[in-house]
Design a protein around this ligand. Structure first.
Ligand SMILES: Cc1ncc(COP(=O)(O)O)c(C=O)c1O
Length: 296
């Protein structure tokens, strides 16, 4: 995301219960979250002024904190009110929302329990840029050299900063090689997910997606499974081997940021975005559009 650096923008950020000017939302360099990845976050999108599945995101944030053995000192209702306030104060309607919680700077060594847990919520304009026709060209992915680790190695169900180290490495390598993103296998060599989105494959009226047993079970993923079933597709969640990709006709990614993004290529495998991608892009657009806006 090029443009004005994130720390030099204008606006208001909710920081530990207060709205502070954007440029003053700072933390100390000796912060536990920065050194030891004791940090969890959310990525959410507001459409027409309403955050899609907002409560589910707030619940996941609190749960991610618990998984990292910390309690975010705000309830779901308080986080919901804070997010609404951030959108309102910044005059945002179609926007990305980024809550982040982290352990502070009371102590700096591996143990974290004596460090206060902080919460900040920022939001900025982020419209859905591409038309359906543009999206249907599909994006090209390369295979990542990094594998999603076993849930015995890292708490993989949390949306936690530490889990993103290999995503950044994979995405940067893919982009340097001229690809839009990378697809990661898991520690068993099974298809897992992209660096910030889940993956689906289509064959006829069946849609297959990897079982989320070592990566994030995305809120968009869960929404898409429901929408696909409502649109007459049979959805199968299962372990998928990379060589099986040759059998599929269409492929798409899902995520709050990615929404429904058709894929034209993963390494040696080619896909042609068609009816399933179109149907589900349209179904997702309808699902995220607040009913009051849709009626206007
Ligand atoms: C690694 C990863 N997987 C999957 C997803 C999709 O999750 P969601 O649909 O909840 O945004 C994301 C996006 O947040 C992600 O970062």
């Amino acid at each position: 995301m090029a443009g004005l650096p994130m720390d030099q923008r204008e606006g208001w950020i909710w920081f530990d219960g207060q709205l502070v000017p954007w440029k003053d939302a700072k933390i100390h360099v000796l912060t536990h979250g920065l050194h030891y990845a004791s940090s969890v976050f959310e990525g959410e999108r507001a459409y027409g002024g309403e955050i899609f599945k907002s409560r589910q995101h707030s619940e996941r944030l609190i749960q991610s904190g618990k998984t990292l053995d910390f309690t975010i000192p705000y309830s779901v209702d308080e986080i919901e009110a804070a997010k609404r306030l951030v959108l309102e104060k910044n005059g945002l309607v179609d926007a990305y929302v980024r809550p982040v919680a982290w352990r502070g700077s009371e102590e700096l060594s591996v143990p974290g329990r004596n460090n206060k847990v902080h919460l900040a919520i920022a939001s900025w304009v982020w419209p859905s840029y591409f038309s359906v026709e543009e999206k249907l060209k599909g994006i090209r992915l390369e295979w990542s050299r990094w594998k999603r680790p076993s849930p015995e190695t890292i708490p993989s169900s949390a949306k936690a900063a530490g889990l993103y180290m290999i995503c950044t490495l994979s995405k940067d390598a893919a982009m340097a090689n001229g690809y839009a993103d990378a697809l990661m296998l898991d520690y068993r060599g099974l298809v897992a997910e992209a660096t910030g989105a889940n993956v689906f494959f289509v064959k006829g009226d069946e849609i297959h997606t990897p079982t989320p047993d070592c990566f994030l079970n995305g809120i968009t993923r869960q929404t898409l499974i429901q929408l696909a079933r409502e649109n007459g597709y049979k959805v199968v969640e299962r372990h998928i081997k990379p060589e099986e990709l040759a059998d599929f006709e269409e492929c798409f990614l899902t995520g709050t940021a990615a929404e429904v993004t058709p894929v034209s290529e993963i390494g040696e495998f080619k896909f042609k975005p068609a009816k399933a991608c179109t149907t589900l892009i349209n179904a997702y657009t309808e699902a995220v559009t607040p009913k009051k806006v849709a009626a206007e």
